[in-house]
Design a protein around this ligand. Structure first.
Ligand SMILES: [Zn+2]
Length: 162
């Protein structure tokens, strides 16, 4: 792998540690890590695959460090799983295990990923992350369907403003 000079040292350490621990085969692939600093608040990223082999991992890093770390780990979870997993339940379980291991604030991660993809909270739950009630209810209200197995379907009685 070739890591962009612009990637900060903490990010290089995480990339090497995750790949060595979880996907040494991927670590030996000739993919590139591209890192670019944007002026945005949130970070975003993308993995590129060619015939199921990782060719590039990109991070467009925003200004908030926690969010950079979350984004890098989100992309690394894609990198270490088969491309076909996409944002599957297996994906989210792996992703939240990485968030916990690399100390992404979990409330933040749940609120960031929960509205984004429907199975994120279920995957977090399977990874052993406890889901606070307020976050659970907030995300479930956004999806208008249960986000955890066995959880109550939320009701939408339109409330009149007082
Ligand atoms: Zn993703």
């Amino acid at each position: 792998m070739i890591i962009d000079d612009r990637a900060p040292p903490w990010a290089r350490r995480i990339i090497r540690a995750v790949l060595e621990a979880r996907a040494p085969r991927v670590a030996r692939l000739p993919f590139v890590v591209r890192w670019e600093q944007t002026g945005e608040f949130f970070s975003c990223g993308q993995c590129w695959f060619r015939r199921n082999h990782l060719t590039a991992l990109e991070v467009h890093a925003g200004t908030r460090r926690d969010d950079q770390r979350l984004t890098l780990l989100h992309e690394l979870a894609h990198a270490i799983l088969p491309a076909s997993e996409g944002h599957s339940l297996t994906y989210w379980r792996t992703c939240f295990a990485l968030y916990r291991e690399y100390r992404v604030p979990l409330r933040y991660a749940l609120l960031r990923e929960g509205p984004y993809r429907q199975q994120a909270l279920y995957g977090a739950h399977l990874a052993g992350v406890s889901i606070p009630d307020d976050i659970h209810n907030t995300i479930q209200a956004l999806w208008k369907k249960p986000v955890l197995p066995g959880s109550q379907e939320v009701r939408y009685a339109a409330r009149k403003p007082k």
